[in-house]
Design a protein around this ligand. Sequence first.
Ligand code: ADP
Ligand code: MG
Ligand code: MG
Length: 211
Amino acid sequence: MTLDAAWAVDWVRRSAAAVAEHRDELVELDRQIGDGDHGENMQRGFRAVVAKLDALDAPPATVGDVLRLVATTLMSTVGGAAGPLYGTAFLRASKAGATDALGADGVVAMLEAALEGVVARGKAAPGEKTMVDALTPAVAAAVEAADHGAPPSAVLAAAALGARDGAQATVPLVATKGRASYLGPRSVGHLDPGARSTQLILEAAASAAAD
Ligand code: ADP
Ligand code: MG
Ligand code: MG
């Protein structure tokens, strides 16, 4: 079993739907420890991605083509901290996924590349209360699943669970990167909005692979 460009398109559409559905929640999370625009930023970005997909003459040929379109669109429409971070994540992922179809190892390579991109861009380590805290356990869970011979859909399901746990685990952390770091210890007790949106995007990837 492999995941092809049609899966990637479905992933993107499901991500857009999830981000729209959770827009107010993401705004509220970002209001608590940031400037309250994360839901708006992400909804604007994914809406633009879907508009570009809808306007294509022919469906994208490879997973990499889909992810490159996501990367360039998010970079130019999301803004704030998350725009360049997600843009870089999807750009790196597009290079790792530049084949017709992904097996379990391809999924792992794509997720690892995304994490490397976020870290290269934002210089956050795990434990700083950012999207890195969702992506890092997601990658670890994906590696473990693939090592046990899981098919790509199960690798993504594991990644989504890792991201969920990682996002929840940001609640007790003190933010030391991004806008939330201005609050210092007052950032404790709140879920990081970027970790939450990362969870939503990985859950969308898993559900697109499962159906
Ligand atoms: P802004 O903070 O500019 O308003 P957003 O609200 O869209 O941007 O995104 C905020 C999210 O970006 C945070 O919740 C956090 O997950 C993520 N973030 C901020 N800085 C970094 C960083 N240096 N590395 C990784 N993620 C970061
Ligand atoms: Mg914000
Ligand atoms: Mg902002």
